[in-house]
Design a protein around this ligand. Structure first.
Ligand SMILES: [Fe+2]
Ligand SMILES: [Fe+2]
Length: 344
């Protein structure tokens, strides 16, 4: 007999017994009720399908030989809408039992040859109960995991918003620059056939490519005139500073190297590592094109913006030296097809 019943003598599992022999269903009901199960009975196999559909049963004890339809047909119908219920097929005398092949093909959890003692059957039911418990446990872990994932995702979005606000708050001239660079970089990535995952990554890297400027003093960042060599050296430190800030957050680890390399040039004349060609991460080569275009077409403290045509000429001229050829070509193709005014 089952041990872990609640105070009312019931356990948390319900079953339905289906047999066209009423004596059998009554005997099974009485036996398993004594063990604490909630037990319903049904003597018509056709009605049994509807009963399972409407009820919330954990276990089905099902006779094989019945009229007008046999147990295998009942299982076939039930499995169309319920994959979870545990089914134990009951058969009469050995000679009446379905062949082993049929039993294997049926989606059942156990098979029991009827006898006047139900203790063997009870063992089978108990092993089903163990599996049901495990299944419930897994489902509850899954739903906890989903909640945790959702919370993590919400936190992630909050961090992004806070960090972007921090960057934008520094400098009204560059406000919106990161958004535009992110959008344009993504557009170039699309043109180059990048995957959705790569596109999300490039977008994020575009949003934070200049985050290292947080560490640049106002006197330099907001200086209206031309920068001295020393001041320019300080500004030039922002890619490493950005990498340092982003590396501290697991969520941004993957974009940190892209941010470090966004001022590299394919001929090796960029900074901070003087990387050449494909040694520069592809995402960084793309961001470099979008970044230069946006910088050229925006007003800055120290100069007025240039026209879209002039900026495109500059990119054409410096393709293969400053800019990656593929990224520049993809961008120039976008310029042919779309009005870039929408991106500045
Ligand atoms: Fe930058
Ligand atoms: Fe930038």
């Amino acid at each position: 007999m089952r041990k872990n019943k609640n105070a009312a003598g019931q356990n948390a599992f319900s079953m339905i017994t289906v047999d066209d022999d009423e004596l059998m269903t009554s005997a099974l009901q009485a036996y398993f009720q004594r063990s604490g199960y909630q037990v319903d009975t049904e003597n018509n196999p056709v009605n049994a399908i509807e009963r399972v559909k409407e009820g919330h049963y954990d276990i089905l004890l099902l006779d094989f030989l019945m009229t007008p339809i046999c147990g295998d047909k009942v299982i076939e119908e039930i499995r169309k809408f319920n994959k979870d219920i545990f089914i134990i097929l009951l058969t009469g005398h050995k000679s009446m039992a379905p062949p082993l092949r049929t039993l294997r093909e049926l989606d059942i959890q156990g098979y029991y040859e009827k006898s006047d003692r139900f203790d063997q059957l009870e063992l089978l039911v108990e092993s089903c109960v163990k599996s049901i418990r495990q299944m419930r446990q897994i489902r509850s872990y899954q739903s906890e995991l989903n909640i945790m994932y959702q919370t993590l995702n919400d936190n992630y979005m909050e961090i992004i918003t806070v960090m972007r606000t921090m960057v934008d708050a520094r400098d009204e001239y560059t406000r919106g620059h990161s958004d535009r660079v992110a959008a344009l970089s993504r557009k170039i990535g699309e043109k180059m056939g990048m995957s959705q995952q790569q596109l999300s990554q490039i977008h994020l890297a575009g949003l934070f490519h200049d985050i290292g400027k947080i560490g640049v003093p106002d006197g330099i960042l907001l200086k209206p005139g031309k920068l001295t060599i020393d001041e320019y050296e300080i500004i030039k430190h922002h890619p490493q500073e950005g990498e340092r800030i982003l590396s501290a957050l697991t969520l941004f680890k993957e974009i940190a190297p892209i941010v470090r390399s966004h001022h590299e040039r394919v001929d090796g004349s960029g900074y901070p590592d003087h990387l050449k060609g494909e040694a520069i991460p592809l995402h960084a080569r793309i961001i470099a094109v979008a970044d230069a275009f946006d910088a050229m077409t925006s007003n800055r403290h120290y100069r007025r913006s240039m026209s879209i045509e002039m900026a495109l000429d500059e990119i054409r001229q410096k393709k293969g030296t400053q800019f990656d050829e593929q990224a520049a070509d993809a961008f120039l193709q976008i310029a042919d097809e779309e009005d870039l005014q929408l991106y500045i």
